[in-house]
Ligand binder design. Structure first.
Ligand SMILES: [Ca+2]
Ligand SMILES: [Ca+2]
Ligand SMILES: [Ca+2]
Length: 192
């Protein structure tokens, strides 16, 4: 299985990662953001079967005016279709959108007219990405148990925080049991 890597470099020099505090402060708006993502999901799930298939994804990318080749659409679809089934569920679609946000500067263009360019949505993805980059201290695109539990739990005791992580929680997050939490696994854990 291919891993989607989100490294520091992929945000091209965006090294001004703010403090974890500023990230946590934004989590109250997180659910609101996810609700908007859910709206986008429903909008592109044109046959309303609860998953986004390749054609529906293609439509979505076209409306974003992303110039994807068929191969790139295949790659994007396969890399995010974590469960290997035909079609992406909501949490998988969130990963795709998040990657798209990494690839496209949604703030600067025609996208702002659409739901997908909404500031709430953008803030939601920014929060996810920044939290991940903050926790990934060595920048290898994966979080190990120490990365997460120490960074989060030594300094914050926010039981209700979506990013409060215990050893048990870490095991749940480590979906493929390789001892590390990649970006997709991290996103999945936020979306439950
Ligand atoms: Ca569908
Ligand atoms: Ca790491
Ligand atoms: Ca893993």
């Amino acid at each position: 299985m291919k891993e989607v890597k989100v490294k520091q470099s992929s945000t091209s020099g965006k090294s001004n990662i703010r403090s974890i505090n500023s990230i946590i402060l934004r989590f109250p708006h997180f659910r609101e953001g996810l609700q908007e993502v859910r709206d986008v999901f429903r909008q592109y799930d044109t046959d309303a079967n609860g998953t986004i298939n390749r054609e529906e994804l293609k439509k979505c990318l076209q409306e974003l005016q992303l110039d994807c080749t068929e191969q790139e659409i295949d790659d994007l679809f396969e890399s995010c279709d974590l469960t290997g089934k035909k079609g992406m569920k909501f949490n998988e679609f969130v990963v795709v959108l998040c990657l798209v946000y990494l690839l496209v500067d949604t703030s600067s263009s025609h996208h702002t007219a659409t739901k997908i360019g909404s500031p709430v949505l953008k803030a939601t993805f920014d929060t996810m990405i920044e939290a991940f980059l903050y926790l990934d201290k060595n920048g290898d695109g994966k979080l190990n148990k120490k990365d997460i539990t120490k960074a989060m739990n030594d300094h914050f005791h926010l039981e209700k925080s979506p990013i409060h992580i215990t050893a048990t929680r870490f095991k749940e997050m480590d979906w493929n049991k390789d001892g590390k939490v990649g970006f997709r696994e991290f996103l999945f854990s936020l979306i439950r």
